[in-house]
Write a protein that binds this ligand. Structure first.
Ligand code: HEC
Length: 180
């Protein structure tokens, strides 16, 4: 394998890894914006309820069933679902039977990540137990990004290297032709 082929394979490989390296939150966000944002906001009541804190109010199984077919849950007589339906003027939420458990779990992960906490920033000692330190989680995806950027830089260097080589080669040929 020559060096050019190695560069190309490294580049293609990291590109593929980057495409696959979507976090659950990112995937959930994409679905949410396409399919839910018309009626829901994480932190505001719109046509549908604000979804912040949903995973504390409801079990994940309940959420999955409700999102796939809210009317089946309501018709089954689920008390809290009926109450909610009445509260929201009996506006039926459309079914999303094609969303998998995984999709819905990712949406819930996105909702968690987009939830605005109501703790005032000016009272840092009010609830010390609830404060979380700022930290950047080291995730596998971060490494993919680093590798990805390195690959781009390497690819640029390689391109430059070949461009220079090609120019020198052309010059050599010209010299040769001239001296012939
Ligand atoms: C056409 C508007 C509409 C769309 C689109 C919609 N919803 Fe809803 N959603 C509602 C309404 C209205 C309710 C209140 C219950 C009812 O009326 O059936 C609700 C209730 C909910 C609940 C229960 C909330 C609670 O507090 O228990 C969840 C969870 C939910 N929706 C998730 C979703 C998700 C996830 C999507 C996207 C895949 C979505 N909804 C799309 C209108 C909508």
């Amino acid at each position: 394998m020559n060096i050019k082929k190695i560069f190309i394979s490294v580049f293609v490989l990291t590109l593929t890894l980057q495409l696959q390296a979507k976090t659950p939150e990112e995937e959930g966000k994409a679905i949410f914006q396409n399919r839910c944002a018309a009626c829901h906001n994480v932190n505001k009541v719109m046509t549908g309820p604000a979804l912040a804190g949903i995973s504390e109010r409801r079990s994940i199984d309940w959420i999955i069933k409700f999102v796939q077919s809210s009317q089946s849950v309501i018709k089954s007589g689920d008390e809290s679902a009926v109450k909610l339906f009445n509260q929201f003027n009996k506006i039926p939420m459309p079914d999303h039977p094609d969303l998998t458990e995984e999709n819905i779990k990712n949406i819930v992960a996105y909702i968690k990540s987009d939830t605005k906490t109501e703790e005032p920033a000016t009272a840092p000692f009010a609830k010390p137990g609830k404060k979380r330190p700022y930290y950047t989680p080291v995730k596998l995806t971060n490494y993919f990004f680093v590798i990805g950027y390195l690959a781009v830089v390497l690819a640029l260097i390689a391109t430059y290297y070949y461009a220079v080589q090609f120019k020198t080669f052309k010059k050599d040929v010209q010299h040769k032709n001239e001296s012939d």
